[in-house]
Design a protein around this ligand. Structure first.
Ligand code: ARG
Length: 475
C-alpha cells in the first residue's frame, strides 16, 4: 500500500488540490509520509453521505443548479458503489495515490462528472469534513459495540440462570473467602458490562452535534443552512464554535476510554477463567475449537483466546494514551497531527468488537466442572465467617465471635481436620453459645441462603437480580 510503496512515476502524485500555489509536485517521500488514504479509506461511506448532504445544502443555498446537484449526487453514489466493490488487489496498485479519502473521492468525482465536480468543495474544508466522517463512523461503530455488549450480557444471563445452585469458593486476595453461587459470579461480569453499556450509550449523546459548516476553522461564507443539513443526516443540533469543531476529538477519546474500561473488565474476566482452566483449579474446560495446543508439549491445552483478550487490553490502553498525548499540546485549531487519530481508533474498534465476539463464544460454550467447584467450596474453611455470624445471632458481639472462630480455625489447621467435621461438643469447648442448630449453618447452602439482601448471593437475591435484568434486556 502507498505508505511503503513509492510511486512508479511522479504523475501518480499530481492530484494536489493546491497545485496553483506550488511550482512543483510533492516529493514522493513527502507524499508517502503524509498520505492517510491507506487507512482512512474505510471512511468512504460516511464521506459520501456527508458530501451528498453538503451538495443538497449547496443547492438550497443557490450555489448549484438542480441539474448540477443531480449530477454530483449521481456521481457520488456511483463512486460509493464502485468503492464498495474494490478488492485488496485493486487497491494494491492505485493509478493515483491520493492524500486522503476526501481528495480521493473528489478526484474521482471530477474524473466522472467533469469540472462541475469541483463545485463540491464550496464552503467546506477537509477539516470539517473529516470531523463529520469521524462522528458518523463513531455513531455506527458505537451502535455495533452496544449490540455486541448486549449479546454478551444475554449469554451471561442465560448461563447464570442455569447455575444458581452451583456453588464455588469466592475469593479475596485470591484466597478462599466465602462460598458464592456460580450465577452470582457470572452476573458480576454482567454488572461490569452494564456500566460499559451506559458509558457507550452516554457517548452517543455527544454525537448529536453536526460539525459540517465550520469550514477550515472560521465558518463558511455561503450562508449554508447547517441546521437543514444536520437534520437530513439525523443530527439534532449543530456545533456552536467553528474553531473548536475542526479540532475536537473528544468523541474519539470517549470511545477509546470507554473501550479501555471495557477491555479492563474483559481482561479481569479472562484472568479468572485462565486460572479456572488450570489443572490446579480445574473449574472449567474450554472447548477444543476455542483453545490452542503446544507445538512441543503434547499434553497442553492453552487458553490463548483469553490470554489474547488480556494482552490486547494493553494495546487499547496504548491507543487511548496515544490520543490523549496527541491532543495535549495542540493549539487551536486544526493541525495535521490530528490525522494520527484514525489508526488508534480503527484498531481499537476492531480489537474491542473482536474481543466481545470471542468472549460471547466462550461464555456460550465453556463447560463448568461443577463437582470440582463444589468440592473446593466444601473442602476449605470458607464457612468460618458464617460460624462467627452464628455466634452473633446468639448475642455475641462480632469482634468476640471473630476471635473465637479464629481460634477454631487455628485448631482446625493445626490438627489438619476441617471444623465442619467436628462434633458439636468440640465447638462448645470454645463457646457455650454453640447449639445443635449450628449444623444447619455449616452447609454451603445454609451459608449462601443467609446472604439474602439485595446484591447478595442467595437464591432469592439472585432471582431478584435476574428478574431486574430481564426487564432491562426485554427477554
Ligand atoms: N487527512 C486529514 C486528517 O485526517 C484530513 C484533513 C486535512 N486537512 C488539512 N488542512 N490538511 O486530518
Amino acid at each position: 500500500m502507498p505508505k511503503k510503496q513509492k510511486p512508479n512515476n511522479k504523475s501518480q502524485w499530481k492530484s494536489a488540490a493546491w497545485e496553483g500555489r506550488f511550482k512543483e509536485a510533492a516529493d514522493p517521500d513527502a507524499a508517502v509520509f503524509t498520505t492517510s488514504f491507506t487507512f482512512d479509506r474505510v471512511l468512504f461511506p460516511y464521506d459520501i453521505q456527508g458530501s451528498i448532504v453538503h451538495t443538497e445544502g449547496l443547492a438550497r443555498a443557490g450555489l448549484l443548479t438542480t441539474s448540477e446537484k443531480k449530477t454530483l449526487i449521481k456521481g457520488l453514489k456511483e463512486i460509493e458503489k464502485e468503492m464498495a466493490k474494490e478488492t485488496s488487489a485493486d487497491l494494491a496498485n492505485p493509478v493515483v495515490i491520493d492524500e486522503d479519502i476526501h481528495m480521493h473521492i473528489e478526484r474521482r468525482l471530477v474524473e466522472k462528472v467533469g469540472e462541475v465536480g469541483g463545485k463540491l468543495h464550496t464552503g467546506r474544508s477537509r477539516n470539517d469534513q473529516v470531523a463529520l466522517d469521524l462522528i458518523l463512523y463513531l455513531r455506527a461503530e458505537t451502535g455495533r459495540t452496544l449490540a455486541l455488549i448486549d449479546a454478551l450480557q444475554k449469554s451471561l444471563l442465560c448461563r447464570a440462570e442455569a447455575e444458581i445452585d452451583t456453588f464455588l469458593p469466592g475469593y479475596t486476595h485470591l484466597q478462599q473467602a466465602q462460598p458464592v453461587s456460580l450465577a452470582h459470579h457470572l452476573l458480576a461480569y454482567y454488572e461490569m458490562l452494564e456500566r460499559d453499556r451506559s458509558r457507550f450509550s452516554d457517548s452517543l449523546k455527544r454525537l448529536e452535534a453536526f460539525p459540517l459548516g465550520a469550514g477550515a476553522l472560521a465558518g463558511n461564507s455561503f450562508g449554508i443552512d447547517r441546521k437543514a443539513n444536520a437534520k437530513s443526516l439525523g443530527f439534532s443540533s449543530v456545533t456552536a464554535n467553528s474553531l473548536d469543531t475542526v479540532c475536537d476529538r473528544d468523541a474519539v477519546i470517549d470511545y477509546l476510554s470507554a473501550a479501555s474500561i471495557l477491555m479492563m473488565h474483559l481482561s479481569r474476566w479472562s484472568e479468572d477463567w485462565i486460572l479456572w482452566a488450570s489443572t490446579e483449579f480445574s473449574y472449567l474446560e474450554l472447548p477444543d475449537r476455542l483453545s490452542t495446543g503446544s507445538s512441543m508439549m503434547p499434553q497442553k491445552k492453552n487458553p490463548d483466546l483469553l490470554e489474547l483478550i488480556r494482552g490486547k487490553t494493553g494495546r487499547v490502553y496504548g491507543s487511548l494514551t496515544a490520543l490523549l498525548t496527541l491532543m495535549k499540546g495542540l493549539p487551536l485549531s486544526y493541525n495535521r497531527d490530528l490525522q494520527e487519530d484514525k489508526e488508534p481508533l480503527f484498531d481499537t474498534v476492531a480489537t474491542l468488537q473482536g474481543a466481545l465476539r470471542i468472549m460471547k463464544r466462550l461464555t456460550d460454550e465453556v463447560h463448568f466442572r461443577k463437582p470440582t467447584m463444589e468440592n473446593a467450596a466444601k473442602e476449605g474453611l470458607l464457612l468460618a465467617t458464617d460460624v462467627a455470624d452464628y455466634l452473633v445471632t446468639k448475642g455475641l458481639p462480632f469482634r468476640q465471635a471473630h476471635k473465637i472462630v479464629g481460634q477454631i480455625v487455628f485448631k482446625s489447621i493445626d490438627e489438619d481436620k476441617p471444623f465442619k467435621d467436628w462434633p458439636l461438643e468440640k465447638f462448645q469447648t470454645y463457646s457455650p453459645l454453640f447449639k445443635a442448630d449450628l449444623s444447619q449453618r455449616l452447609t454451603l447452602k445454609g451459608a449462601i441462603e443467609k446472604k439474602s439482601g439485595i446484591g447478595g448471593t442467595s437464591q432469592r437475591s439472585i432471582k431478584a437480580a435476574i428478574k431486574k435484568i430481564k426487564t432491562r434486556l426485554k427477554v
